[in-house]
Design a protein. Structure first.
Length: 390
């Protein structure tokens, strides 16, 4: 194979989805996708709950988004000057997410969070960062000992426990005037506690650090404005990605004007940050999200899925012990890793792509029928696992 590790996207590797040593016959490459369904290269159709790792909130191939993208292709895709739509989209985002006083566009969530960290360091003239959650593959966020990452770089970033106000307060105060930013995923398998969020806001202000909210999974999903809107977070910077352009490659970092103006001083730039197709897709996506009240839909159908998963946990305690996440993005906690692997494999064999770790996502293309079909397949799988174990 020419691609080390099978694919360039780590979470799409066969072993990530189906465990090491997955048998032949499981779906490993897709040919096309539409709505809530995916076809593999063998022509087999699957109901999908992975939704491109959460990058698709409206369903695959949404007609309004596709039409905008096609028009952008016809307009030439990219040119020597920035497109007018770049400024227009930034203005629209500020109208819906008023904490995004200024915005810079990029292509991936990982580089957008890295840009946020650089802006925070430039603004505070400090180096240290506390982080809670997954923020991509760039050097600043990797654990000490990660191959290829200098130890001196890893030492500047320390893990912050999620939903632990006392330990978080201690870490922030201990870092004091060395701390540039606290970077958080606002949902880590459960909602954030109000006390934790209040502590982060108070303590970062107390030491002169910035609060950066990584909304890559949550924006346009749990609310149009993500966790900042739903939970009343007051961020200095936010990062958007994934569902921002319904699967087209676009991310954004935005926030306070005085912080974002640091982008004039430090270097944050990408040749294709301003290509027109993804910007047009995001503009169309935002229209659909607002006009069709997409977060409300995701909450309703997601609650149906979550309740069904909780029933499965009660009925099959030998397979799963709990449901984690929110209605809009959830997954099962299994009794063992092998149980999760077996369920994912058997579900795929019955035409369902269901992630065994965080997260599974509903989309605008998922209705009650799709959710019930998913739950019916999962129950069949749990029954089969019980028979095999007896």
């Amino acid at each position: 194979m020419r691609i080390p590790g099978f694919t360039s996207t780590g979470s799409k590797r066969p072993e990530a989805l189906f465990g090491a040593g997955a048998p032949r016959g499981l779906p490993v490459r897709f040919a096309r996708a539409l709505g809530a369904e995916v076809w593999d290269v063998e022509g087999r159709k699957y109901l999908d709950c992975i939704m491109a790792l959460g990058a698709v909130g409206l369903g695959y191939g949404h007609p309004a988004v596709n039409a905008a993208a096609h028009a952008a292709v016809d307009a030439g895709v990219v040119g020597p000057l920035p497109p007018e739509l770049e400024e227009q989209l930034a203005e629209r985002l500020a109208g819906r997410l008023p904490w995004m006083e200024r915005t810079r566009f990029l292509k991936t969530g990982a580089e957008a969070v890295a840009a946020a960290v650089r802006l925070a360091r430039a603004h505070t003239k400090r180096d240290m960062v506390l982080r809670a959650g997954y923020h991509g593959w760039h050097d600043w966020s990797q654990e000490p000992g990660t191959p290829g990452v200098p130890a001196a770089v890893s030492a500047l970033s320390v893990e912050l426990p999620f939903n632990d106000p006392e330990q978080g307060r201690s870490l922030i105060r201990g870092a004091g005037d060395r701390l540039a930013a606290v970077v958080i995923e606002p949902v880590l398998e459960r909602p954030p506690s109000p006390d934790w969020l209040a502590m982060l806001r108070e303590e970062t202000r107390g030491v002169g650090a910035l609060l950066v909210v990584d909304e890559i999974k949550t924006a346009f999903r749990i609310a149009v404005g993500g966790a900042a809107e739903r939970y009343g977070v007051e961020p200095d910077l936010v990062v958007l990605g994934k569902a921002l352009a319904n699967g087209f490659p676009l991310a954004a970092v935005g926030g306070r004007r005085d912080v974002m103006e640091q982008a004039r001083q430090t270097w944050i730039s990408s040749t294709l940050a301003t290509e027109l197709v993804a910007l047009a897709a995001a503009d169309a996506t935002l229209s659909v999200v607002v006009e069709q009240h997409v977060p409300d839909h995701l909450g309703r159908v997601g609650q149906r899925l979550l309740a069904g998963l909780e029933r499965l946990v009660s009925a099959y305690p030998e397979t799963a012990v709990a449901v984690a996440g929110l209605p809009e993005m959830c997954f099962l906690r299994f009794t063992t890793d092998s149980a999760g692997i077996q369920l994912a494999r058997l579900a795929a064999g019955r035409g369902l792509l269901f992630k065994r770790t965080g997260y599974n996502f509903v989309s605008l293309a998922h209705g009650e029928a799709e959710v019930d079909r998913c739950l019916g397949i999962l129950e069949e799988v749990c029954q089969e696992m019980r028979r095999q174990a007896s």
